[in-house]
Design a protein around this ligand. Sequence first.
Ligand SMILES: Cc1cc2nc3c(=O)[nH]c(=O)nc-3n(C[C@H](O)[C@H](O)[C@H](O)COP(=O)(O)OP(=O)(O)OC[C@H]3O[C@@H](n4cnc5c(N)ncnc54)[C@H](O)[C@@H]3O)c2cc1C
Length: 353
Amino acid sequence: MTLDTLIIGGGISGLSSAFRLAREGMKVAVLERDVLGMEASWAGGGILSPLLPWNYAAPINQLCHHSAQLYPQWIDEIRTHSDTNPEYWPCGMQVLLPFDDPNLLRWTSATDEATYPGFSISLTDTGSLWLPNIAQVRNPRLISALREALTTLGVTVLEHSGTTRLIFSPNSTAIQHVESVHGNHQAGAYLVCGGAWSQQMLADAPPTKTITPVRGQMLLFRTTTDTLKHIIYYKGTYLIPRRDGHLLVGSTLEYVGFDKSTTEEAKNKLMEQAFFLLPALRSATLEKHWSGLRPGSPDNIPTIARHPHTSNLYIDAGHFRYGVTMAATSSQIIADLISHRTPGLDVAPYAWG
Ligand SMILES: Cc1cc2nc3c(=O)[nH]c(=O)nc-3n(C[C@H](O)[C@H](O)[C@H](O)COP(=O)(O)OP(=O)(O)OC[C@H]3O[C@@H](n4cnc5c(N)ncnc54)[C@H](O)[C@@H]3O)c2cc1C
């Protein structure tokens, strides 16, 4: 079988592009070093928004907002090929005082229905902010749904198949093939979706915006189902209730390289914040504590692009804190670029360099 696109890395970035391309009738394969979706894409919280949009530059808000708007339709498309429900839930988010007033004022005065359709923000009686349209998804379930959809669509998924090298043509105008632990793979296009590991994969053609691992630790509590009905954000900590009574508390931002261990210090700090925000959690069961490595990029801006000189090499990586949020639109941009269509939004900020 001649492959149209070979995707390297099976997190949310790789799987969402595989889904788009396969739906367009392309022959696609995904090479995953371990098991699909068990790195950052599993570890994340699944909030579909920048935490505080007013603290981010326009390229982040543009991509996140566009993608968040696409999500309901995208989830429906995935569900036509899968029985797993990713539990998309527009539960809203409450931001507690204090928040960054100058940024917020600047942002709200420059933002209206025309800039970000469907986005709304209001002040509550207690002085907190209410963002009713912020949604969440259960990312491990979204990964499962995508995996099933890819199987239905005939995508080849090769797990435990780490890529070891990209082999360039003598003048580097094209990738000739990719070496993995199981042999060589050839395709028309090669898409790097290696998350925090993308920089290593692209050692011979690095993106200008360097991608580095940024560790985030999370806690998972089991509560009664009516403990909390929306996301709460307070001074860098967030609580995300799931519909079945699970509740996530996140997260840390740690620059410790590829170290995925968890620490007592982070656990205690997250618990302290969580108990302060929601005293009922004191009697809840702490079920899990884990960490994941975000693909960190300067200013949180991902690289979603074709290589400037190597015509069949693409990247969709470096989404840092918002790769789940951005997935619906990032994958659409990638499908457009690979199919030589002009993407529907300005992609200059996400260029290779
Ligand atoms: C604690 C935490 C909380 C988060 N919360 C949110 C949130 O609420 N909302 C949000 O939008 N985002 C959130 N994120 C960010 C989001 O999870 C990431 O941006 C996103 O998952 C990145 O997806 P990815 O597919 O690019 O990377 P990954 O999920 O890391 O996938 C990369 C894949 O590449 C594979 N790979 C690596 N090397 C090789 C190789 N040599 N060959 C083949 N495969 C390879 C890996 O095994 C992995 O499966 C959070 C992240 C963390 C850690």
